[in-house]
Design a protein around this ligand. Structure first.
Ligand SMILES: NC(=O)c1ccc[n+]([C@@H]2O[C@H](COP(=O)([O-])OP(=O)(O)OC[C@H]3O[C@@H](n4cnc5c(N)ncnc54)[C@H](O)[C@@H]3O)[C@@H](O)[C@H]2O)c1
Length: 412
């Protein structure tokens, strides 16, 4: 048996969420270091696991021999820069979402991954949720026929996370101050891009264009007024500006359309899944709340033969036939890890990519394309909804498969 991949968690809050998955796969991947700029976080990790090496400076971790791989779970504006540095140091990268927040970072990340012998993978855990994988399996088995329309939304009131325990603005609070856009696109777009055939190195289609409109930023201010009163600086009109609902349409090269929405500030209960898929032969609606079944309708199989008499069925009624094989095999273990099983399958796929050189489940090209919706939706909203082209980040790699790799070509 090969020695486990020595891994450092960077960012010890969300990084802790991978604990159960790392434990379950400990014969293949071993946690050897914790890096966090907060010494208290390092201490608390070392109390539970005294063997861990601790680093408060990321550069020192990269310069050390404490790990072969980094699991980046730092605030999201740091991901691209930290991933690029790790790849340059020859360390494999599993990066939390989103991968990058500007187009320049997206390109620099792609180029760093192409130059490095190390693996880069985006930890987009929503692509692994049981219903999302089952729908993907059904699409691949032809149940939906041609698919042309999908929806994905991340709707989660994260306002309590805008301030820390000492009432200082956190990175999430700062994020709410930027220009209006879809600031967190990958949870919603990831599964949808896979269903529409726009993900992976042999994808038949690709994401091509973005338009975006954003509703006014009201919910963040309402929260501050209620929690701190009107004398608080964050209660000033215009302090927050990102907008409440970032509503994006993404068109693919082949003409499919995805409606992708983010709302991390409006008050409402959280529902983890918010997806729709329409095909020529079937339609899918995700569950709206905990305890509710996701719904499917399949032409010729679901009840109701006349137009107007069709009936939705529970997706789970088809589990015996269409459960994703990985959920069938590992669902019991995966379900114990976080985020509806996603955190387990992510670690498993990362191990596979590093050990066996299989293509990473979400490679750097998909990571760049999905994350580019952040800056492109911002540009679109700023220009009154003007369409913005998504660069073909994979073009050069595709060409390199047939001809020798050329110097940097950022055109598409
Ligand atoms: N995939 C998911 O479902 C999911 C869930 C939660 C968070 N996330 C992502 O995980 C990331 C972290 O989120 P969080 O909620 O843990 O944030 P957080 O602010 O609670 O924790 C971030 C940690 O990173 C540390 N840190 C900050 N800068 C650092 C640096 N330069 N070097 C080393 N450590 C540094 C902080 O001290 C803190 O401990 C974000 O990108 C977020 O989007 C993803």
């Amino acid at each position: 048996m090969a020695t486990p991949i020595r891994t450092a968690v960077v960012g010890g809050h969300r990084g802790g969420g991978y604990g159960r998955a790392l434990q379950a796969l400990s014969d293949q991947i071993a946690l050897t270091a914790i890096c966090d700029r907060d010494e208290d976080v390092i201490r608390s990790w070392q109390e539970g696991s005294p063997h861990l090496k601790g680093f408060s400076r990321y550069e020192e971790l990269l310069a050390s021999d404490a790990c072969d791989a980094v699991l980046l779970a730092t605030p999201m504006h740091l991901h691209a820069e930290q991933a690029i540095a790790a790849l340059a140091a020859g360390k494999h990268v599993l990066s939390e979402v989103i991968a990058a927040t500007t187009l320049e970072e997206c390109w620099a990340l792609v180029e760093a991954a192409e130059r490095s012998p190390a693996v880069y993978m985006l930890a987009e855990n929503y692509t692994y949720m049981r219903p999302n994988m089952m729908v993907r399996h059904m699409v691949e088995r032809g149940v939906f026929g041609a698919v042309s329309y999908a929806e994905g939304a991340y709707i989660h009131d994260c306002r309590p996370l805008m301030f820390d325990t000492q009432d200082r603005l956190t990175w999430r609070g700062e994020l709410g101050r930027g220009e209006p856009c879809n600031h967190y696109p990958t949870h919603s777009l990831g599964p949808v891009a896979q269903w529409l055939g726009c993900a992976g190195q042999n994808a038949p289609d690709r994401l091509a264009e973005v338009v975006c409109f954003v509703t006014p930023d009201r919910a963040r201010r309402a929260y501050v007024l209620e929690r701190y009163g009107e004398t608080h600086p964050a209660a000033a009109p215009g302090f927050f500006n990102r907008g409440d609902s970032g509503c994006t349409l993404v068109r693919t090269n082949g003409g499919s359309v995805a409606y992708v929405r983010v709302d991390s500030s409006s008050p409402r209960p959280h529902n983890m899944t918010h997806y729709v898929l329409q095909g020529l032969k079937a339609a899918y609606l995700s569950a709206r709340r905990k305890g509710e079944d996701p719904l499917i309708w399949i032409q010729g199989r679901s009840p109701g033969e006349r137009i107007g008499a069709e009936e939705w069925e529970s997706l789970w009624d088809y589990a015996a036939e269409y459960e994703h094989p990985r959920w069938r095999a590992k669902g019991a273990i995966a379900g114990e890890a976080g985020h509806g099983g996603g955190d387990y399958f992510i670690i498993e796929d990362f191990v596979d990519a590093v050990r066996n050189r299989t293509p990473p489940a979400v490679d750097v090209y998909d990571a760049a394309a999905w994350s580019s919706v952040f800056p492109l939706s911002l540009a679109s909203a700023r220009e009154g909804g003007r369409p913005q082209r998504i660069p073909d980040f994979r073009k050069r790699a595709r060409r390199a498969m047939v001809v020798q790799i050329e110097p940097t070509d950022r055109t598409d």
